[in-house]
Design a binder for this molecule. Sequence first.
Ligand code: SF4
Length: 305
Amino acid sequence: MPDIEDAGLCLDRAQHFRFGRGLSVTDFTASEWCQQQVAFNLSAKLPKEVTETEAMAAGKKQHAELEAETAIEVEVETESREDVWALRLLATIESLHQLKSSGLTREIFCFGLLQGCWVRGIVDQIELDAEGRAVVVEHKTRRNPSLPSPAQKRTARLQVLLYCALFGSLAASAQQYLPAMLQQLKLDGQACLGRGVVDYAESLGLVPVNTLQHVGNHLASIASQAPPLALTHHVRYLWQGDGSELGQEHVKLDGFAVQQALRRHLLFWGGDKAPEVVPTTEDWKCRHCLFAAKCPTGQGVQHKA
Ligand code: SF4
């Protein structure tokens, strides 16, 4: 394992230019928190056991419990990467059906091309409001029974706005960009899918489904009938102690803000701009940073002194 001291200050273009295989929404929330920390993290390649805190593990458990409330687990045998991706897209189709039939779905995989970058993400929850519009809900679990800082709220807000951008353009993404995405991911859209996946798709009433491209076509058609996005979405804060809701923040759709944030972060992720560090007004973040001793700001070190 490389030493933390070996971490570089800037993203290495050759190693970390990740537009090819795309970025996840959580990549953007990590860089919203601190771009410099992301750069250190990518260079150090620390194992999950080091970077995942107890609170993060507890949060994951709570998310899995929420998902289990609405999901039905099925076992489908996969024989190729194409099969795995077909199942991923089939799960999105199922989620869209569930949203329509029951007014709520959880853990829905979305993808899209945002400012030339493939972005993917799994939306915690989408529910329908009284007017039948789709409301994105992000669950954040809290170790202490209190609401988070403005910086944490800002990060969650960006996350919700990115999910909205992906969900709102899902039909167009499946229709226009899927072949390009499959190419980027080195997947063969025309390869025959395994028997297990084909049988499973048929059990959902989808025919024909012999290839990944067929699944994409079904997704494009079903997503084109998805409900429109509501104007307001939510971040719900839950206490890890007993699962109770601590409060919620409302997030208004804001296309301008999301485009601005994407531009800022893509400059960093593309290696075109040195990473930003956290401002002194948020230097408390540095107290919890694994890379404080190496960081040029010295902010975390000052706090420890
Ligand atoms: S010490 Fe602070 S500024 Fe430096 S990488 Fe960590 S969080 Fe970012």
